[in-house]
Design a binder for this molecule. Sequence first.
Ligand code: ADP
Length: 403
Amino acid sequence: MEKEKYLVVNAGSSSLKFSLYEMPAQEELVNVYVEKIGSKDCFWTLKMNGEKIKKNAPLKDHSEAVEKMMQELIDNKLIENINEIKGVGHRVLHGGEFYAESVKIDDEVLSNIESIIDLGPLHLPPAINVIKYMQTIMSKDVPQVAVFDTAFHQSMPKESYIYPVPYEWYEKYGVRKYGFHGTSYRYITKTMEEKLNKKTVNLIICHIGSGASIAAVKDSKCFNTTMGLTPLAGLMMGTRSGDIDPSILEYICKKTNMTIKEATNILNKESGLKGISGENDFRDVEELMSKGDEKATLAFEMIKNSIVKFISQYYIELDGEVDGIVFTAGAGENDIDLRREVVKKLKPLGIILDEEANDNIAKFRTQKSGLITTPESKVPAYVEPTDEESVILMDTYTIAKNN
Ligand code: ADP
């Protein structure tokens, strides 16, 4: 089969991840991570051939960053010219109710994404900027594909996604639960179907990274999830509060003279583990705990309880018919202590931890995936590394081939 090159692009509010692959081998040729776009301290890290190269220059916006990274591909002889790239996959945070799967981007798709900018005010503008810029520098025949974080969750039943607020808010303004991390959930669902050798699976997937959410998957489709209109809802996270009493906003704004925007920013960036313990990374919180720090212990207990609460809720919502609880993403894959404490707490559901198996699974241990419960456990629990990039790449490749 002919070798072809594909790009995967992930635009964050001030960052850009940019990976070039050779297909159909799915071989990553280079991976570039640009940070602090728009600041004079902007820098990027190129990873290729097992080497890491760091560079810096003040790139003023995302299109300038793309332009520079394209030049990097040429300078590093990864491509001779742009025409060698046969497709570009874009991670897009929000697809609203428009998209339940990935799509080839045309004018209509762009205008639909533009119409829901308010649902992702930090992430959608840079993604749109990158897509538009790519369209100007690449041939119209090269498909640009949008892969949405929300798409997997569009299968939720209404009772899972409607909020108990005036129904008009949903009809007029799109106020509903959308859910995020969908690309990760899709990857894990497919992987577990293969591993369990089942056509469809019922799972409770815990995506615990710096952002964290849980999804209940029924017959391989999303049935419920913890994040909401935005990624602020649900679990307590590294810096996000997760679910709180909504009246806190008005109360704290009155007390401190903050605006709603400022207070919401604190709920997103200064709350969660960080708000309680001062640290947002599970590793740092656990380090503090080992020194007897009370707030770190409190933060860990709170996050553990928040995970246990949703696993228990989804166990019931799935009528107890669960093929597996799966831990994934940074902490899910590597935080042995967190997994141990969560699974131990699930004992009333007949879920029994295999302590030794759990101790052996992490990227710095002997195994990276596998079972962490005993054979008697009523529901098995697994660790499985996620791979959102591969989903974006394969969707882009498939759409390009059927173009
Ligand atoms: P993101 O949500 O930014 O994509 P990841 O899924 O990579 O991030 O998760 C990053 C988080 O995972 C870190 O902030 C850290 O809290 C946690 N993490 C990563 N490695 C470990 C580890 N070895 N032990 C505990 N927590 C870890």
